[in-house]
Design a protein around this ligand. Sequence first.
Ligand code: TXA
Ligand code: MG
Length: 331
Amino acid sequence: MKTEILEINDESLALAAKIIREEGVVAFPTETVYGLGGLATSDKAVRAIYDAKGRPADNPLIVHVHPDYDISSLVETEYPYAEELRKKFVPGPLTLVYKSKGKVSPLVSAGLDSLAVRVPSSEGAQKFLRAVNCPIAAPSANVSKHISPVTAMHVYEDMKGKIPLILDGGRCSGGIESTVVDVTTPTPLILRSGLITYDMIKSVAGGCEYAKHKEGDKIKSPGVKYKHYSPNCKTAFFARERASDAVEEYERARREGFDPVVVCDDAVGRTLGVRYIGLGKTSEEYASNVYYALHLAEAQADYVIGIGVEGDSQVDVGVMNRLSKACNKEE
Ligand code: TXA
Ligand code: MG
């Protein structure tokens, strides 16, 4: 199959809508990362998404809709605090997990009785979702476990020959996937960290908890148990206070014939005296740059050494989660 990359305009949107209607798969940009979209009501389309990604079938997908789509046709929106969260943060990088009304393919929720719904804020995503005007199941548009894509070329590297169309909306600004919050309980539960933080949710909903996975628990968000976001090469991860160990590892690797690169924040990078890719100076910059930097690192080096970022903002929780999972193959 030939994979086309097209800028977003009336023509490419019409083509995207046709592919979706025919139960095919289209990659599209959002403000977080690129998504791999298919008709959420079609078993065939959802199967095609899982196939293209090589994703385990027990890891559910998020359904994406445009801002005027009536989500009460898909889910039970029971708790009033969920309405407050939507008023404040939707459209945006927040995915809410509701009790499902069973209106989409059962493959979307991978056997759970809940359904994750997101309304992206980026113009490209909204144009696409309006053009199709139906719920679109979409995971990040990378091969399972690889680094999430934040440009159309990143998608192309993973998806060429597997999907017919990538809508190109430029580089994603947010840079990490949406915050996933379970709103089926009296207090919202963060299943995956992102740019909408614990404090932001708590200030609107009155309370908030991080999901804790204890041994033997039924995992609420199966996606978090997998190794994720990884470059296709050797990796290592060091906490920020162990930056000198990272330098030692870098030098040891060079002696062994590797061509390593460090991924870290700018402030640490400047002190290392080794080749590094800087994530920037603020938490928002770290988030925006983390996948982009990992893609660069993978292209430039054969060994990626991550160093943890500051960690004093809640956005850093989301960044650290991605960076440590990307660089720590043992996890
Ligand atoms: O920003 C994003 O969320 C991107 C863009 C494309 O919208 N999408 C994305 O999808 O990151 P994906 O499939 O890579 O991650 C979805 C996450 C996984 O951790 C999955 O386990 C969780 O959401 N999830 C989906 N449906 C769920 C459900 N019904 N209950 C609990 N967790 C769910
Ligand atoms: Mg993903």
